[in-house]
Write a protein that binds this ligand. Structure first.
Ligand code: ADP
Ligand code: ZN
Length: 760
């Protein structure tokens, strides 16, 4: 009988071939392959796919953790090492989650072990917050005990009888109360060998949100009813299908989600509702809790214990409705029937560490693996999703083209800031029109929201003589001036120092000026101009905790605040009925710098404009810009997504960018610029060779060239873009490159970003 007394050896009798259980393990590390291990008999009962194991690796047999992904009977060759241990009392990843993990690992070029590890939060693996619960059980039938020991004490007898009456092990606490016996009595019985006592780790009951249940009294719009009917049909069919719920702001998308979740509940199923940011969970959680009683919430602000207990509740089927940000896509639902992705176009759905997946796409894949429908909601769908609805078999569009209660869309004015006298610090922060409208709105006792998508006081600290900004020594970008303590702060690496007053160039020493407004300056200006208005600034400097943000949302909802100024944090999803004015202070700062700039501009303007006029009060929007002729802006003003998307798709097609192509971005970074450039060239040559060897005419390579952010955190940066006409062809090239170990370079870091969202 082979034994694993020492993890370095598998004791196999010489001469006779031994067979036994062999486990395939995906080790948590930078390995693009899996490894096989023998499973000694002592672990046989515990090892199953999804179980975490500890295995000896390499010549030194360093113990490393990994996930068992497959088991099979096989030959125990002499070179096969045995696993060292099974780590968990249960498996955290079922077969479908393993399948999902395998897809993520392949699609996003991330080692499988790493991917699986990322799918199960650490606190969940450690079962943080679980209690040790002791259980007792009889070791033999009750009669046998009473026969062999006829003179038992009353308490002993009561305890044994209580145990004998149960079919399963009894929690000790419960047992003692029930029988009136003491812990010492139990210990005595255990000592005599009649009772077995064991400890198990269990989650305590987790707290639930206490909101009184309430149903709204409105009647569904015809479009809502039609969309709900269609989604219900998808749920009844219990098959994979993607519905894009394309509904303008205020069209009542949330109600469609609620009814869909309810339908899933009728089928005895769980639903996951994904939202892009924690900020957005608060309002939605309250709304859904009022409809469903209890919801589970998963986001990055949870403590380890909260996370682990929530996970356990979901896994046990005690929570039917799950709301959360990125990691909620891996919620361990045994009965998943529906996934909803709200604001599916959001860039924050992209995971910023390996595996660099897009949650929306992982959610679609999960729905496919589970064989269930998924609903993607948006007023401004991503071009990828729109395109899929036109081309892909599983996608369909459900439309809510009008606001509920026939509310009109808000009126949007564009104000060209170049028409106004320039101040020394740039264009005026508030145009006369916006200032007038603000005064009127406040005078009527209504609320206003102002978007300024830059935090800090001033964007640049400028030397008027050298015509140069103060730059970050690590990143080469302009330092941002933060007012309260007069600090210069880099928004990329968080490096900061006291803002200089004079030009740092010793031969210049000219007094510096600050240019370009940020949220702090807007706040200061508004305070001066409207001293009686109750004002709040919402950006990542003021909203450091989720609870904070919750408070602001509550206050604004209760009209204890009149005016909210903030970054894009305030643009999304919030539903405040008394906002009648929305201002966009500098529309050119809302986009990104890459090929999605126009798309981002359209999305943000539409989103923030959508905050206005959501109740009886008519809404008005003032957009200030120095680039009034941008097509995205003109389309957003007319609330004309189809016109925007048509024009934008034509451009993307012309330049062969997504959705007409798939991209993989390789970012090389290193402190040595020459080494970096030559390594980037070598990598490019290798990739071109592989593309040619495969003979794939629909894949090409762009670059290498320096990134838009040429220097970041003291590292120089270069990028390469692999472009393919389809995901399948991209996969072929990436698989081959990985197989040939060609995705490597002698630089400090090489990041492989499949389907990149940010190209800065
Ligand atoms: P959005 O499409 O922007 O996500 P919401 O789902 O937030 O819109 O709905 C906007 C508001 O309209 C909410 O306060 C919601 O309660 C309300 N609402 C939803 N459906 C209806 C309806 N059929 N009639 C009246 N009000 C509705
Ligand atoms: Zn920096």
């Amino acid at each position: 009988m082979p034994r694993a007394a020492d993890s370095r050896f598998l004791w196999v009798e010489e001469g006779e071939p031994q067979t036994g259980l062999v486990a395939t393990v995906a080790v948590d590390g930078p390995f693009d392959r899996t490894y096989s291990f023998a499973v000694p008999d002592e672990w046989r009962a515990r090892i199953a796919p999804g179980q975490r194991v500890s295995v000896p690796l390499g010549k030194r047999n360093r113990l490393t953790t990994g996930f068992c992904i497959e088991t099979a009977e096989g030959v125990w060759s002499s070179t096969l090492k045995p696993i060292h241990a099974a780590l968990d009392s249960e498996t955290f990843l079922g077969p479908r989650m393993l399948e999902l993990g395998a897809w993520i690992a392949q699609h996003y070029c991330c080692p499988l072990g790493r991917t699986l590890t990322a799918m199960v939060p650490e606190a969940v693996r450690r079962q943080s917050g679980f209690l040790r619960v002791r259980y007792a059980q009889l070791r033999m039938p009750l009669e046998q005990i009473t026969e062999s020991a006829p003179r038992l004490g009353g308490k002993q007898r009561a305890l044994l009888q209580a145990l004998g009456a149960r079919a399963s092990p009894a929690p000790v606490g419960e047992l003692l109360t029930e029988s009136g016996a003491s812990a010492a009595t139990l210990a005595g019985l255990a000592k005599r060998g009649w009772v077995k006592v064991a400890t198990r780790r269990e989650p305590p009951a987790s707290p639930t949100i206490n909101v009184p249940l309430s149903e709204p009294d409105f009647v569904l719009t015809d479009e809502q009813a039609a969309a709900i009917k269609r989604v219900s049909a998808m749920l009844d069919a219990q098959r994979f299908r993607v519905g894009l719920l394309f509904g303008v702001s205020g069209s009542g998308k949330t109600e469609v989600y609620v009814r869909a979740i309810r339908r899933a509940l009728e089928h005895g199923g769980q639903s996951i509702l994904l939202v892009p940011e924690i900020a957005l969970t608060t309002q939605l959680v309250m709304r859904l809790a009022a409809r469903f009683g209890s919801v589970a919430v998963i986001h990055s602000g949870l403590t380890g214990v909260q996370r682990s207990l929530t996970w356990a509740d979901i896994a046990a089927g005690r929570r039917a409705v799950i709301i959360g940000t990125r990691s909620a896509v891996f919620a361990p639902c045994p009965q998943l029937k529906l996934i909803v992705v709200d604001e599916e176009q959001e860039a924050s759905y992209k995971n910023l560490a390996a595996p660099r997946f897009n949650v929306r796409d992982v959610a679609i894949k999960r729905a496919q693996v589970e064989g269930i429908p998924i609903l993607l909601g948006s007023a401004t769908p991503s071009l990828e999703t729109w395109f899929n609805c036109q081309r892909a078999e599983h996608f369909e569009r459900l439309e809510l083209p009008r606001r509920v209660r026939n509310l009109p869309m808000p009126r949007v004015h564009i104000v060209d800031v170049r028409d106004f006298p320039q101040t020394p610090a740039g264009p005026p922060v508030l145009s006369p029109l916006l200032e007038k409208r603000l005064a009127e709105t406040l005078a009527r006792g209504e609320q206003a929201m102002l978007l300024m998508n830059r935090r800090g006081y001033a964007r640049v600290i400028w030397c008027p003589r050298c015509k140069r900004p103060v730059r970050c020594p690590n990143c080469q970008v302009s330092m941002v001036y933060h007012a309260p303590r007069a600090r210069a702060l880099c928004h990329y690496c968080h490096h900061s120092f006291d803002a200089p007053k004079l030009c740092p160039d010793p031969s210049c020493q000219t007094p510096l000026v600050t240019l370009g407004a940020g949220t702090q300056r807007v706040e200061e200006l508004l305070q001066r101009r409207f001293p009686r208005a109750r004002l709040v600034r919402v950006d990542s400097d003021t909203m450091t905790r989720a609870a904070h943000y919750q408070q602001v949302v509550d206050d604004f909802e209760a009209r204890r605040i009149d005016l909210m100024v903030g970054t894009q944090m305030i643009a999304k999803g919030l539903d405040f009925p008394f906002v009648s004015l929305v201002g966009v202070l500098s529309a050119e700062n809302v986009g990104s710098v890459d090929f999605r700039a126009q798309e981002r501009l359209f999305q943000l303007i539409t989103q923030v404009a959508g905050r206005a006029g959501r109740n009886e009060l008519p809404g008005e929007v003032v957009v200030q810009t120095a680039l009034p002729e941008a097509l995205a802006l003109l389309a957003a003003v007319r609330h004309d997504y189809p016109a925007f998307v048509e024009g934008e798709l034509a451009i993307r097609r012309l330049v062969r960018y997504p959705p007409y192509a798939r991209l993989t971005r390789l970012i090389l970074s290193d402190p040595r610029p020459a080494q970096l450039e030559s390594e980037a060239q070598t990598l490019a040559a290798n990739i071109r060779e592989t593309i040619q060897a495969i003979g794939e005419p629909h894949v090409d390579l762009l670059g290498p060239h320096p990134c838009v952010l040429e220097r970041l955190r003291k590292q120089y940066r270069y990028e390469l873009l692999i472009r393919a006409d389809s995901a399948v062809n991209m996969q072929r090239v990436l698989d081959r490159l990985r197989g040939e170990k060609r995705l490597r370079a002698k630089v400090k870091s090489l990041v492989v970003d499949v389907d990149p969202v940010d190209l800065s």
